[in-house]
Design a protein around this ligand. Structure first.
Ligand code: HEC
Ligand code: HEC
Length: 189
């Protein structure tokens, strides 16, 4: 009884292996040109060549939001087809974005010891586009010391021992909910 069950199991295993092999052959025959599935994009110089469509979408969306810019800030439209040509390098902003991406990776790698992820991409360990851009495409140099003082929530908005600057609201009473920070305006070109 036990022995019979064992034999049936062995046959089943062999059968399964054969079916598995067969379906692999069929699958390969169905997709003679397997490469484009692995590399769906045509003109990548800094992102991993085998980046998935989802990962690419996420990256572009992230850049869009970090810079407060549309796709067309970096990408050109093909005037013949009237469609966006994402692979074309017609705009200097696209090349600048590549440089920025390399810089961001270098900073993370060199100064924050970022590791590579499974796609060989250096991880965003400590900084990303938003760290500098904060929703604007062209960040200006600002002297932080010349800005009006901003206190952390619940703290007086002026340094101890000084008088509040004209026009500033005094700090809320202890226990009161601090007001929500003003939203950062988004600049869309
Ligand atoms: C800040 C600039 C910037 C913005 C904004 C941006 N992209 Fe990109 N995009 C790039 C760069 C740079 C590359 C090339 C990356 C490389 O060389 O590895 C690229 C590549 C692509 C590719 C791959 C094209 C190919 O076949 O090589 C697609 C698709 C794409 N972007 C779509 C979009 C979409 C959709 C949006 C808007 C949601 C968008 N991008 C917004 C800079 C940008
Ligand atoms: C360390 C800070 C920093 C980081 C990180 C950074 N940028 Fe920038 N970026 C700047 C500054 C500053 C400028 C303006 C440069 C100038 O004045 O010439 C700029 C300019 C640009 C421009 C050109 C804008 C224009 O007006 O033509 C693009 C495109 C851009 N960045 C994309 C990116 C992308 C995409 C990332 C993330 C992958 C990124 N940047 C990360 C600081 C940064």
């Amino acid at each position: 009884m036990f022995k019979r069950a064992y034999i049936i199991m062995t046959i089943n295993k062999k059968l399964l292996a054969t079916i598995g092999l067969l379906s692999a052959v069929v699958f390969m025959a169905m997709s003679p040109d397997a490469k484009p599935a692995d590399e769906p994009f045509k003109n990548l110089k800094v992102l991993p060549k085998n980046i998935s469509k989802e990962e690419m979408h996420k990256t572009m969306e992230e850049w869009e939001h970090a810079l407060g810019a549309r796709c067309s800030f970096c990408h050109v439209r093909n005037e013949d087809t009237k469609k966006m040509d994402f692979a074309a390098d017609g705009k200097p902003e696209k090349e600048m974005a590549r440089e920025m991406y390399k810089m961001t990776q270098d900073i993370n790698k060199k100064y924050f010891h970022a590791q590579k992820d499974s796609t060989d991409r250096i991880m965003e360990s400590s900084i990303n586009c938003y760290s500098c851009h904060r929703g604007v495409s062209h960040p200006e140099v600002v002297r932080a010391s010349e800005l009006p003082r901003q206190a952390p929530a619940g703290q007086p908005s002026w340094a101890p021992g000084t008088t509040p600057a004209p026009g500033t609201t005094p700090a809320p009473a202890a226990g009161a909910t601090p007001p929500a920070p003003a939203p950062v305006p988004e600049k869309k070109p």
